[in-house]
Design a protein around this ligand. Structure first.
Ligand SMILES: *[C@@H]1O[C@H](CO)[C@@H](O)[C@H](O)[C@H]1NC(C)=O
Length: 467
């Protein structure tokens, strides 16, 4: 009798259905209020990490925003789990109070695994990239890679500059690129990725970039770092060709994509900083490195262990920054006004966000520093070492203790691997993965000679001439 379009149901059944509907409506209303506290739809996700986010919008949910882009199997599972949790909650009898455990379950976040890291120069970004390399490699996630250390830099990023993709959405981009909204947003959709960068006190960063890029020598101010810098800052330089002037003024804003023509334009700089504020979910400050990575860990829903680091690409003691006079410092600030304004802005937003994280942020920070120190003591000897970065550039290295158990040897070894070494390894890993894909779907640009005689299964054998 139970056909849905059969209207001969007994009165009892009708009453039962009516009762069931009332109960359902009651439950929906009751839990809607509960849900509002912890569950926010995809539109909230956009401002989840932005400074305008209210206390509520920063609530972490496990719900992934809907996106047109392909999602991995892993993600699908997370979404399904989240959906199941919700259904369970909805059918819980109303008399059972919601346990605090259940709410925590629902508000638990899931780790972010689509991250664009805009790698700035001389701001601790190699150490950051190393964190992303380790995280992604150990989970077999994919990276946007270039054929070189740089991906198109100093030109603005274009997708064609990267090595071909494997058909899935890339998880990380953390090589040197110059910010380019359109291409980057395409590859890393804003509503389903996190944008992270790191900046540094412009006085220190400029001095470091000036030194590293040998800007003084390039512009004919000699090779003594302190004297060249002083002479350079006496009048500054007039705009030269792009290649030469690239990091000679506002080097951080250059990487972040500000056009040269706006370097002296107050309104444009202000607007560009507002634009960056919208584009980036998190701007880290190199001068507060531990605070920065702990904040990142919390916002990406990672573990403290994931953000442990050993400083990469640090100058040798003999190349240490010279003491700068107050005048030189002031001139660096005046010459790099756009960088100064940008830095001041994001230094403030960093501390505001740390404040909003509450007291347990500092528990994390204390734990983190302890873990870092422990690992350092376990893994590295005090013997200083130097590491060839590229060409003739050396940086401080770490000496791994010789008798380490294999897990520590691996963990600490990866931490001290140079960027170029990591990139070469990741390129090989990618190539190995692509072999099958390329066999099935050859690249149309492949130059290799092709001939249909390569295989002989279907070698042409015409019909024997019989008539
Ligand atoms: C960054 O901001 C903090 C907090 O406002 C301030 O104490 C600190 O001096 C700032 N750092 C720099 C280098 O400007």
């Amino acid at each position: 009798m139970a056909e849905s379009n059969n209207f001969t149901c007994s009165g009892k059944l009708w009453k039962f259905l009516l009762f069931l509907s009332v109960v359902c409506i009651f439950l929906l209303l009751k839990f809607d209020g509960q849900k509002r506290k912890s569950f926010r739809g995809p539109e909230i996700k956009n401002v989840l990490y932005s400074s305008e986010g209210t206390e509520e919008t920063r609530g972490k949910t496990s719900t992934k925003p809907s996106t047109k882009t392909t999602i991995t199997a892993k993600e699908t599972t997370t979404t399904q789990v989240a959906a199941t949790t919700e259904i369970t909650t909805l059918i819980t009898p109303s008399t059972t109070p919601i346990s605090s455990e259940k709410v925590t379950e629902e508000t638990k976040c899931s780790p972010e695994q689509y991250i664009l890291f805009l790698k700035t120069h001389k701001a601790g970004s190699s150490t950051m990239s190393n964190i992303f390399f380790r995280y992604g490699d150990s989970r077999d996630l994919s990276f946007v890679l270039g054929s070189d250390t740089l991906i198109g830099w100093p030109t603005r990023f274009r997708i064609g500059q990267a090595l071909a993709f494997d058909g899935t959405r890339p998880n990380f981009l953390c090589s040197h690129t110059r910010f380019n909204k359109k291409a980057m947003n395409h590859l890393f959709p804003k509503d389903a990725s996190k944008y992270v960068t790191i900046v540094r006190n412009p006085v220190k960063q400029f001095e470091s970039a000036f030194n590293y890029m040998e800007i003084g020598r390039k512009f004919g101010f000699g090779t003594n770092p302190t004297e060249a810098l002083k002479a350079f800052l006496k009048n500054g330089i007039s705009f030269n060709d792009i290649r030469k002037s690239t990091l000679a003024r506002n080097p951080q804003m250059f990487d972040l994509g500000l056009d040269f023509k706006f370097y002296q334009d107050a309104k444009a700089i202000k607007e560009y900083i507002e634009f960056l504020e919208k584009e980036f979910d998190l701007v880290l400050i190199s001068d507060y490195f531990d605070e920065s990575v702990v904040l990142m860990k919390r916002l990406l829903c990672w573990e403290l262990d994931d953000v442990l680091y050993a400083k990469s690409n640090e100058r040798l003691d003999k190349d240490k920054a010279p003491e700068l006079s107050d005048d030189t410092k002031e001139n660096i600030k005046r010459w790099n006004k756009a960088d100064v304004l940008m830095y001041e802005h994001f230094n403030q937003t960093l501390w505001r966000r740390i404040e909003r994280e509450g007291k347990d942020f500092y528990d994390d920070l204390t734990n983190f520093r302890r873990m870092k120190q422990e690992l350092k003591t376990k893994c590295f000897s005090d013997k200083p070492s130097r590491q060839l970065i590229y060409g003739n550039k050396y940086a401080k290295g770490f000496t791994l203790k010789s008798d380490l158990p294999s897990d520590l040897q691996q963990k600490c070894g990866r931490m001290t691997r140079t960027e170029n070494n990591y990139l070469a390894y990741l390129r090989n890993k990618r190539a190995a993965k692509l072999v099958g894909i390329y066999r099935a779907a050859p690249n149309e640009d492949d130059k290799e000679k092709v001939s249909w005689d390569a295989a002989s299964d279907y070698k042409y054998v015409p019909v024997k001439k019989t008539r």
